[in-house]
Design a protein around this ligand. Structure first.
Ligand code: BEZ
Length: 254
């Protein structure tokens, strides 16, 4: 998990609220039951933890960002939230399920993350997750790489904070840890960005800061503009930018 990424809870709940909105479908796959104990790994400001709790489950929401956890606790005071590093955590009491939406691509040490998840589960407990899969936001990543390397002589690979595995790579890892994989699905999910013509620039502002820490404000502004222009041909449609999201969804049992 890169510490250069700064999360702003108010943005998470407004400009990028699609993150939680899309996660609702994943809760159907989780099918939480009354009385179950469930960990929401990378819970953000807690909206999905609240939905899981509404089904009668006891939820613990965990996030790396203290700002996100403070906001989640303020919004949902009756729920239990903790800060924690998804790549290396342990729970006092094992849970029936670990749920994770749009968070695992920030945890680049997937082996240690999955080992922590496995440890956190009761025998036969389930892991239900969705995150960026192979080829996710390729048009955006290619444009970032092109602008940083040719205009600023920066190696963008060194600051790339994301992990987007293929089905084969990720299910292999799950099985190696000891999981029984019952579902793995890689699919396109073009995502309409807020902000009209500023959509890519706003997206970079929310999610892509890690790449631009060495640039001055003016250079950053210029780089965002160029990246936006480079992606326009492939991502601008029907009066909006559509980010080329590709998701990986998995269900696996201990
Ligand atoms: C995603 O949800 O796929 C994603 C979000 C922000 C940065 C990278 C990927």
């Amino acid at each position: 998990m890169s510490s250069a990424q700064v999360w702003k809870p108010e943005d998470y709940d407004n400009q990028i609220s699609f993150v939680s909105a899309y996660g609702k479908g994943l809760i159907e796959l989780l099918a939480p039951r009354s009385g179950e104990q469930i960990l929401d790994l990378g819970c953000g400001t807690g909206d999905l933890a609240k939905e899981i709790s509404d089904a009668g489950a006891f939820v613990v929401g965990m996030d790396y960002s203290q700002e996100m956890i403070s906001k989640a606790q303020e919004k949902y005071p009756s729920l239990h939230f903790i800060t924690g590093n998804g790549e290396n955590f342990s729970l006092d009491t094992p849970v029936d399920a670990v749920f994770s939406n749009a968070a695992l691509h920030w945890m680049t040490n997937a082996k240690d993350t999955l080992a922590s998840v496995y440890q956190a589960l009761k025998p036969e407990g389930r892991f239900v997750a969705e995150f960026g899969g192979k080829g996710n936001i390729a048009a955006i990543v290619n444009a970032i790489e092109e602008v940083l390397s040719s205009d600023y002589n920066i190696d963008p690979k060194a600051s790339n904070p994301w992990y987007f595995p293929s089905i084969g790579e990720y299910t292999f890892l799950l099985e190696k840890i000891g999981f029984r994989v019952t579902l793995a699905h890689h699919f396109d999910r073009p995502t309409r960005l807020h902000g009209g013509k500023n959509g890519i620039k706003e997206w970079l502002h929310h999610f892509g800061q890690c790449f631009f820490t060495e640039l001055t404000r003016e250079d950053q502004h210029e780089a965002f503009e160029k990246i936006s222009q480079l992606t326009e041909q492939s991502l601008w449609k029907d009066d909006a930018f559509w980010a080329d999201y590709k998701r990986l969804r998995v269900v696996a049992y201990k």
